[in-house]
Design a protein around this ligand. Structure first.
Ligand code: COS
Length: 392
């Protein structure tokens, strides 16, 4: 594994770091306090080429490799996880799915406006009663003349209130279980589509989060992404990209924790010396650095596998599991380094902790990542619980 970044990768990462420092960080505290989605920032991400960075240039993307995309996401994640969520959802879940599974017409219609930030997209998989068990969704799509009628609800949908297009996963035939799922590209101005803001979140307060409802919503056949029955595969392949992006963002959080802690500990004096001079404080900083570097290497490995075009589901789950758990641990440790100062939002570390907390829940919980990793190692599927006495 070649760990050297190319000159271009270094340059793009450095540019993203500068953009994060100069443009994103100065506005993040106010948006977080106001719990307000920063539309101007989201559009600026498009202008910078950070939405759809790995999408082919012919569709408005930058045609970058996944390693470079991960470097961009890390830098934005260090600055603001809400902005990073815009990139992850738009690029990995939405653009990634349209580019891989869409018809030429669907790609031409949606990708340029999504990559430029002119329009936003959301990913409608999770429902009030269906999270880890994504295939058990209740949203139904029924065949009508020339198209489909969709009824149901989605929950915890990032960008759901600002999106112009929603990827909506729906069951076409419950008897077929996951093989009956279909995915639709639904313009959000379609009659029967509605969204509602979700507030009161622990973190990601300036991220737009919605519940969606579909009430007799009708779409033509051309709205189908891929084929009927491919919905589950589309969702899982999207999550392979989305989990990678979340992991890269969490490397950014770990890095931000190190940076803030070193700055604070070398400045803050107690007993007449900077607290960085105390061994127990250095130990905390060292622990964060080890976690950051290990997470960064796991993300790099997953990105390299994606760039080679080989399966990377397990390595992506390993990166996501480790990076997200590490982000929480680093943020908690960084608050400890900061003492009381870390408990208020003059420093970024309390926000890091609140924002990191969701990353072990969304795009597959840590438990789901462990089950994916364990199944790959043992060949035994421990995902479905078996009742006592059941066969097999
Ligand atoms: N890419 C493409 N196809 C995939 C895939 C992937 N990464 N993972 C699985 N599939 C396919 C399998 O090949 C299988 O295909 P067939 O029907 O042809 O056999 C099918 O999907 C079912 O796969 P699997 O048996 O692995 O599904 P399980 O029901 O065992 O469970 C888990 C899969 C639990 C891992 C999955 O449902 C999951 O990841 N759940 C979490 C959902 C999630 O992350 N939700 C958050 C939403 S975004 S906030």
């Amino acid at each position: 594994m070649d760990l050297d970044l190319t000159d271009e990768q270094e340059l793009i990462s450095e540019t993203a770091r500068r953009f994060a420092d100069e443009y994103v960080i100065p506005r993040v505290r106010e948006s977080d306090r106001a719990q307000r989605f920063d539309l101007e920032l989201a559009r600026k991400l498009g202008e910078m080429g950070y939405l759809g960075a790995p999408v082919a240039e012919q569709y408005g993307g930058r045609g970058l490799d996944h390693v470079t995309y991960g470097l961009i996401v890390e830098q934005i994640g260090r600055a603001d996880s809400a902005a990073r969520t815009v990139i992850s959802v738009q690029t990995s879940l939405v653009c990634g799915s349209v580019e891989r599974w869409g018809t030429e017409e669907q790609k031409q219609r949606w990708l340029p406006q999504l990559c430029s930030g002119e329009a936003f997209g959301c990913f409608g998989l999770t429902e009030p009663d269906s999270g880890s068990d994504a295939a058990s969704m209740r949203t139904r799509a029924e065949r009508i003349d020339g198209g489909w009628r969709i009824n149901g609800q989605k929950m915890w949908i990032s960008l759901g209130n600002v999106a112009s297009v929603a990827l909506v996963f729906a069951q076409t035939d419950p008897e077929l279980a996951h093989r009956g799922l279909a995915c639709f590209l639904v313009p959000t101005d379609t009659p029967g589509f509605s969204s509602q803001e979700i507030h009161g979140k622990l973190g990601l307060r300036s991220s737009d989060t919605a519940s969606l409802a579909f009430d007799g919503l009708e779409v033509p056949d051309e709205a189908l992404l891929g084929e009927v029955g491919q919905g589950f595969k589309i969702a899982m392949s999207a999550l392979d990209l989305g989990r990678y992006s979340v992991a890269a963002g969490c490397v950014g959080i770990c890095d931000g924790c190190v940076e803030a802690s070193v700055a604070y500990a070398t400045e803050r004096k107690q007993f007449g010396v900077p607290i960085a001079g105390f061994q127990l404080v250095q130990a905390m900083i060292a622990e964060m650095i080890v976690k950051r570097d290990a997470a960064r290497l796991l993300v790099l490995r997953a990105g390299m596998l994606k760039d080679k075009g080989v399966p990377s589901t397990t390595e992506t789950s390993i990166a996501k599991l480790y990076a997200t758990e590490s982000a929480i641990e680093c943020a908690n440790t960084a608050i400890q380094v900061h003492g009381g100062a870390g408990y208020v939002d003059d420093h970024p570390v309390e926000r890091y902790l609140r924002d990191a907390r969701v990353t072990t829940l969304y795009e597959g919980t840590s438990q789901i990542q462990k089950l994916i990793i364990g199944r790959a190692a043992t060949g035994i599927d421990a995902i479905l619980p078996r009742s006592p006495g059941a066969d097999g």
